[in-house]
Design a protein around this ligand. Structure first.
Ligand code: 4AD
Ligand code: MG
Length: 427
């Protein structure tokens, strides 16, 4: 029996297993807030209803002690969650002494050291439930549209997103890298299955400390055969609308716990604004940013751009030097790549990166040389341009960035159960 099921048990007796979250007393009554992972429940102990042992236990129970409580479910609009339990019995499973995370404020360093316990806190609990919902919605979106899930490997022989953020792994004496993106493997999968996606952890040795970068993060990547840049942009837009809709429908309680301004999310409707890199540059210059044509957007620029719109914005046609080797050139202007980024509003910045892939063998070979990439390790990738080359596009959605935006939390460290950062691999 779980707290989230209580609506079906009004007037009935139930037993809940959980942990003591908080307590207060008022005269001859003790209120114990119990959490069981699915929710928080107010349990009410009256001296007349329970044994003196159970009453005394409710009185002295320390925070996060594990317990078993039995009682009658009562509907009560004022109770958090809408139900409370009129307790009949209480059993201690294990007494937790000096639980480190008390209801007072703690510094971020301390909380990060205790991430394994911090997960139990209301706010972290709400964020990670939303994360779980977002991931489920991602899968549903693609599964319902006939995409095939094709997993990409984690050990890879070559870089996908530039050689500066590679984690090297000694693979039985051979140099390999942790994957930065499943894209290169999604492309052959698209040739085999038409519409595919992969979803898994990706790794980047990000050497700077920012609120938007993890060294290990989860990416959802669709790839579609015979789809061009405009098609990929439309797909990204549909995906985001679907995710927001799902969270608004299924996780409204969690959004309330986070004090999220729901109207900001309700506003996320098609069509999203779409601007070229050049237009983005104009906006940045108007807002006083010193930036030259050809410069990539950094965190500051992303923040400014993302605050300029009331919903996500799609930025397309980047200078080639800002983008990876695999991006197709704009046939109308060789200086531009057919890439797209989606920036989330409210200052959250890039949540999606993708575009149309180079499908011409000679152009791709030239690019691999220019980018000084190991051609041998990419021969298999070139095969796609040798055997039935095809227009294709896709993108990657960063799960943590997306959750950070939906929850409106500033730092990615709260959006993944156990964040990995430049100086953080514990716990
Ligand atoms: O823009 P990126 O680098 O694109 C790719 O990796 C493509 N190969 C994806 C594709 O086309 N299949 O990364 C995609 C997204 C970013 O928009 C961002 O949301 C997230 O991944 N991301 C990170 N999230 C957290 N920490 C980091 N260090 C991230 N780097 C990228
Ligand atoms: Mg990007």
């Amino acid at each position: 029996m779980f707290i989230e099921e209580l609506a079906n048990y009004v007037g009935k007796d139930v037993t809940i297993h959980g942990w003591a979250h908080n307590k207060r007393s008022s005269g001859k009554i003790r209120f114990l807030i119990v959490r069981d992972g699915t929710g928080f429940l107010q349990t009410v102990f009256s001296e007349k209803d329970v044994s003196s042992e159970a009453f005394a236990l409710a009185d002295r129970l320390s925070q996060e002690s594990s317990l078993e409580v039995t009682g009658t479910v009562r509907q009560d609009k004022r109770a958090p969650g809408g139900y409370e339990l009129i307790a009949k019995d209480l059993k201690l499973i294990q007494a937790a002494n000096d639980y480190p995370i008390t209801p007072k404020e703690h510094g971020i360093e301390f909380l990060m050291e205790h991430r394994h316990l911090w997960l139990r806190s209301r706010r972290q609990h709400a964020i990670l439930r939303i994360r779980s919902e977002v991931i489920k919605a991602c899968r549903d979106f693609f599964d319902d549209r006939g995409f095939v899930l094709v997993d990409a490997p984690i050990f890879t022989p070559a870089a996908c997103e530039g050689t500066t953020t590679l984690f090297e792994v000694d693979y039985f004496g051979q140099k390999t890298y942790l994957t930065q993106s499943g894209q290169l493997y999604n492309e052959p999968a698209a040739a085999a299955f038409g519409k595919v996606y992969c979803f898994g952890p990706t790794f980047r040795a990000e050497k700077s400390k920012t609120r938007r970068h993890l060294t290990e993060f989860w990416m959802l990547e669709p790839e579609v055969a015979f789809l061009d840049l405009a098609g990929a942009m439309a797909l990204a837009e549909d995906l985001i609308c679907y995710l927001i809709d799902r969270v608004l429908n299924e996780r409204i309680e969690e959004l309330k716990i986070l004090d999220r301004d729901i109207t900001k999310l309700e506003n996320v409707k098609k069509p999203f604004p779409g601007i070229s890199y050049d237009e983005a540059l104009t906006i940045l210059k108007e807002k006083g940013k010193q930036i030259e044509w050809g410069d990539d957007f950094g965190g500051d620029e992303e923040t400014v751009l993302s605050q300029s719109f009331d919903r996500p914005v799609l930025i397309h046609h980047f200078p080639t030097q800002c983008k990876a080797f695999y991006m197709k050139r704009d046939p109308k202007n060789e200086k531009l790549a057919l890439g797209v980024d989606m920036l989330a509003p409210e200052g959250h910045g890039e949540i999606i990166g993708g575009g149309q892939r180079e499908d011409d063998l000679a152009a791709l070979e030239k690019r691999i040389e220019e980018y000084k990439l190991p051609k041998q390790a990419l021969e298999w990738y070139l095969d796609l341009r040798r055997y039935g080359s095809f227009i294709h596009s896709g993108f990657g959605l960063g799960i943590e960035r997306t959750v950070a935006w939906i929850c409106h939390v500033p730092h990615l460290r709260e959006t993944i159960p156990f964040p990995r950062l430049l100086e953080k691999v514990y716990p």
